[in-house]
Design a protein around this ligand. Structure first.
Ligand SMILES: Nc1ncnc2c1ncn2[C@@H]1O[C@H](COP(=O)(O)OP(=O)(O)OP(=O)(O)O)[C@@H](O)[C@H]1O
Ligand SMILES: [Mg+2]
Length: 223
């Protein structure tokens, strides 16, 4: 089976008088239906790896393929189109637009993709927010919500275009343990029952243990 996303020999260095290595020699293939957790100490390269897998950054060496297609030769615009249609990303910090309510924030990727009519976009936004326990909060601005609620809006936004690959960086960091479990259950269901690939960074070892596979990073390497 072709991996949904695969890193082969991926190294990312920041050049400079003293070069910094973010990740080194990463080999990682995530198949459709797989739910993978990435753990590791602070500064071990978890976010850096997720940015590379999410085509938000490019490797200094090695390759990242999406459905077996090499991404290195693609232009910035082509990568942006590919991300919009195929990849959902939950950032470590939510990056919601402050002047948009929850529903409008979730609608953004759908509006950019342009495949659904406005009424269908609003309905899908509400359905996603409802699945994340935010049915009563669709009209609230980010500043009117708690950190955990904002994080769940960001998760709904990442799921908006039904991505083949969902990458989430500490999506449960602001959540109580029950909400965190709900989010993990949703991710597992998204992977198993809808054949998607989910990669979640978490420092919570109990949650990580409920994933299909755990990848542990230390000093930018998989151990
Ligand atoms: N722009 C940058 N310039 C210099 N060093 C950086 C930069 N970005 C990341 N680093 C360094 O690269 C390493 C990996 O960072 P990264 O953010 O990927 O770690 P992380 O595992 O996500 O950490 P955390 O758990 O704290 O989020 C760290 O040592 C970090 O200080
Ligand atoms: Mg990080």
């Amino acid at each position: 089976m072709t991996a949904a996303i695969e890193a082969r020999g991926v190294t990312r260095e920041l050049p400079g008088p003293v070069p910094v290595t973010l990740v080194r020699d990463i080999d990682l293939a995530i198949h459709p239906g797989e739910f993978v957790a990435i753990t590791g100490p602070s500064g071990s390269g978890k976010s850096s790896l997720l940015y590379l897998l999410g085509l938000l950054d490019r490797p200094s060496a090695g390759s990242v393929t999406l459905d077996g297609i090499e991404t290195a030769p693609m232009s910035v615009d082509d990568l942006a189109d590919l991300r919009l249609a195929r990849i959902g990303f939950v950032f470590q910090f939510h990056f919601l637009l402050p002047e948009f309510n929850a529903r409008a924030n979730v609608a953004i990727p759908m509006r950019r993709l342009g495949r659904l009519a406005p009424a269908a976009i609003a309905a899908r936004a509400d359905q996603l927010l409802g699945a994340l326990g935010l049915a009563e909060h669709t009209h609230k601005l980010p500043e009117q919500m708690s950190g955990g609620q904002r994080q769940r809006v960001a998760i709904a936004r990442a799921l908006a275009n039904d991505p083949a690959v969902l990458l989430a960086d500490e999506p449960t960091g602001n959540l109580d343990s029950r909400s965190a479990q709900t989010v993990f259950d949703l991710f597992r269901d998204f992977a198993r029952n809808q054949g998607r690939s989910v990669v979640v960074v978490t420092h919570d070892h109990d949650l990580a243990a409920t994933a299909d596979r755990q990848v542990h990073l230390v000093d930018g390497r998989i151990v």
